[in-house]
Design a protein around this ligand. Structure first.
Ligand SMILES: Cc1cc2nc3c(=O)[nH]c(=O)nc-3n(C[C@H](O)[C@H](O)[C@H](O)COP(=O)(O)OP(=O)(O)OC[C@H]3O[C@@H](n4cnc5c(N)ncnc54)[C@H](O)[C@@H]3O)c2cc1C
Length: 382
């Protein structure tokens, strides 16, 4: 039998590529390999589960058997690949060699863990997949106070969701505003005020240095001397694209696995998409880019080489207390910001010297203007 097309990872990138591939090719053997249980789920929903009172099973969309049937594919679960041998078109699972026709890396990004002293490392939980979410739900059952590390998009979404789920939330992050690098300060202030109106408390500036069990739960020591009593810690301080196995195999890597507009790595027959991929210099950890990549790559894998293009890619942030849509200006683009509105309703627009819209941040009622503004935004990869 001919070697299969092999996809590493069953997140949104792996499964969406498999679906797009099967629309064009029903027969070529397809093998998916995943380190997790292979359940299909929508990762963005992980930061809405407490508000909707959904556990991990409630967020799961399909079991692995149903996915294998739907995709006419073999799916190997709880299986971690340990190496790639591009010269022989095979990969390694321990000492088992698996041949591939084409290999697609859709293995995502891993959570960054902050070094914290003290005896309570076991009470620090990241959430970057359904299994993480299941563990956190179990740990949070019957508890009340969550210390959240990180004030980025995911930290703010969990702050909103956990308060909706009845938890008291304190958030600590070494930055001056929420979502630095993504949001104009006026929009950041609106989101922070919204979260504070739900009872969330912010410690912006310090980091967590020491976490200790005590008789009442946990005692968290921050670098500014503040102490916070809590029951568990949710860590959302960032993600790092997985590049180590690719680098060890001699593939070009930078922030992510380096691929061209056809999603091809520096080696023929090996491609990458999703959180792990740096596409023409862009490593975007969002759903819209990976969907565009899945459609283009499916064409390429079925004999029609196709370059991916990205239109504007605004992100809707799930902070319902203060609706937010953001489209940051392309990296390196020079522009001037203008801010209109007040309180929860902020419209921050970034224009270049010729008056063209480069990006925006819209909060509250200003979100209604997104469709009109999207028509003016530049494409991220034309
Ligand atoms: C809480 C949260 C909320 C989000 N909300 C939004 C949102 O609202 N909008 C948006 O656009 N984006 C959002 N994102 C980002 C978006 O969900 C991700 O960009 C996307 O899901 C990444 O998909 P992926 O398939 O590339 O990676 P993953 O889903 O991480 O999948 C990686 C896969 O690779 C497997 N794997 C890893 N290493 C190996 C190995 N060595 N061998 C075998 N298998 C391996 C894993 O088991 C997994 O199956 C959110 C992210 C989070 C965490």
């Amino acid at each position: 039998m001919s070697a299969p097309v092999v996809i590493i990872g069953t997140g949104l990138a792996g499964y969406n590529l498999a679906k797009e591939f099967r629309k064009l090719d029903a027969q070529t053997p397809l093998l998916l390999i995943t380190a997790d249980d292979g359940r299909s789920y929508s990762k963005p929903m992980l930061s809405t589960g407490f508000g909707k009172n959904k556990d991990a099973d409630g967020l799961s969309m399909a079991e692995v058997g149903a996915m294998a049937e739907q995709l006419n594919a073999e799916i190997r679960t709880h299986t971690r690949i340990s190496g790639i041998d591009p010269g022989h078109q095979q990969l390694w699972i321990g000492d088992e060699a698996v041949a591939y026709r084409d290999l697609i890396l859709a293995w995502g990004a891993e959570v960054i863990r902050a070094p914290v002293a003290g005896d309570a490392q076991d009470a620090v939980f990241p959430i970057n997949d359904l299994e993480d979410y299941a563990r956190f739900r179990v740990a949070a059952a019957g508890k009340k106070r969550v210390l959240l590390l990180g004030a980025g998009l995911i930290g703010c979404e969990f702050a909103n969701d956990l308060t909706l789920g009845g938890y008291s939330v304190e958030l600590v992050a070494p930055c001056e505003q929420v979502m630095p690098g993504l949001l104009h300060p006026a929009a950041a202030a609106a989101v922070q005020a919204g979260l504070e109106s739900l009872g969330a408390r912010f410690h912006l500036g310090p980091v967590l240095t020491h976490l200790q069990h005590d008789a009442h739960g946990l005692q968290a020591h921050l670098s500014d001397g503040t102490q916070v009593a809590c029951d568990l810690v949710l860590s959302a301080i960032g993600l790092r694209p997985r590049i180590d196995l690719a680098a060890a195999a001699g593939l070009a890597v930078n922030r992510g696995v380096v691929v061209d507009r056809q999603l091809q790595t520096s080696h023929a027959n090996i491609f990458a998409l999703g959180d792990c991929a740096e596409v023409d210099g862009l490593n975007l950890l969002y759903v819209m880019p990976l969907m565009a990549c899945a459609r283009a790559l499916a064409q390429t894998l079925t004999g029609k080489p196709t370059a991916v293009s990205y239109g504007p890619m605004p992100v809707t942030v799930k902070t319902p207390v203060c609706p937010l849509v953001v489209s940051p200006p392309p990296r390196g683009a020079a522009g001037e910001w203008t801010v209109a509105g007040s309180g929860q309703d902020i419209k921050a627009l970034c224009h270049d010297a010729e008056g063209r819209l480069l990006g925006y941040a819209l909060t509250g009622t200003a979100v209604q203007e997104k469709l009109a503004l999207n028509r003016e935004l530049p494409a991220l990869l034309a």
